[in-house]
Design a protein around this ligand. Structure first.
Ligand code: CO
Length: 211
């Protein structure tokens, strides 16, 4: 059997076992989704949002990209964010990075990763520049990389707070609460490293005064 056929076969078995455990399972899910969480994570195959939080389909709205970046002109990310915040009315947004992230490792080199990836990884280099004084003082390369993973999550959470989508929801409905977490591939644990509560005053430059 080909590898992809195995996926289809496993899918059949999974659907059958779900119905066996709970005959209403799919009928319930098909009606509505009302997740309380938006998850912005890394595309890395080792960090599946539902599995590591022991949640079910319907509980987390998910967006993933390389190194869990929140880029202010990424239409894909912004569409997900707008839908999750404005329509689904999520209460929490979690940006989840992970130690050992290939995107972060790549951004720490001066290697040419070719046009598209160079463009994407540039944002991580910007995070390094913003936090250069702290990062340059860390001598151990592994520790430096881990700290950049954490600071990257912090900056992406801050990027969420800069959007009018989030600020409008803060003003009108005192949500969502923004969280920055880092997942440990080695121990399976989530480490909360940063948060911004609804209504927090951020750098005035980014605050809209006429929402
Ligand atoms: Co990664």
């Amino acid at each position: 059997m080909k590898k992809h056929q195995k996926l289809l076969q496993e899918n059949k078995l999974w659907a059958e076992s779900q119905i066996e455990k709970d005959p209403e399972y799919f009928r319930r899910l098909v009606k509505v989704q009302s997740p309380e969480f938006l998850w912005i994570g890394c595309s890395d195959s080792r960090v599946p949002a539902n599995q590591i939080t022991n949640t079910e389909p319907g509980e987390i709205f998910v967006h993933r990209n390389v190194a869990n970046l929140v880029i202010n002109n990424d239409v894909n990310l912004l569409s997900v964010l707008d839908f999750a915040v404005t329509i689904l009315k999520v209460k929490h947004i979690i940006v989840c990075g992970h130690y050992g992230c290939g995107g972060i490792k790549a951004a720490l080199t001066n290697h040419d990763h070719k046009a598209i990836l160079n463009m994407w990884l540039r944002s991580i280099k910007d995070v390094y520049r913003i936090h250069r004084s702290e990062l340059d003082n860390i001598k151990d390369p592994h520790e430096k990389e881990n700290r950049l993973v954490e600071l990257n999550v912090q900056e992406q959470v801050f990027n969420l707070a800069k959007t009018s989508i989030v600020q409008k929801a803060w003003k009108e409905e005192q949500r969502p609460h923004l969280h920055g977490w880092v997942y440990g591939l080695a121990n399976g644990l989530l480490n909360p490293v940063y948060e911004i509560r609804p209504g927090t005053h951020i750098e005035p430059l980014y605050e809209f005064d006429d929402l």
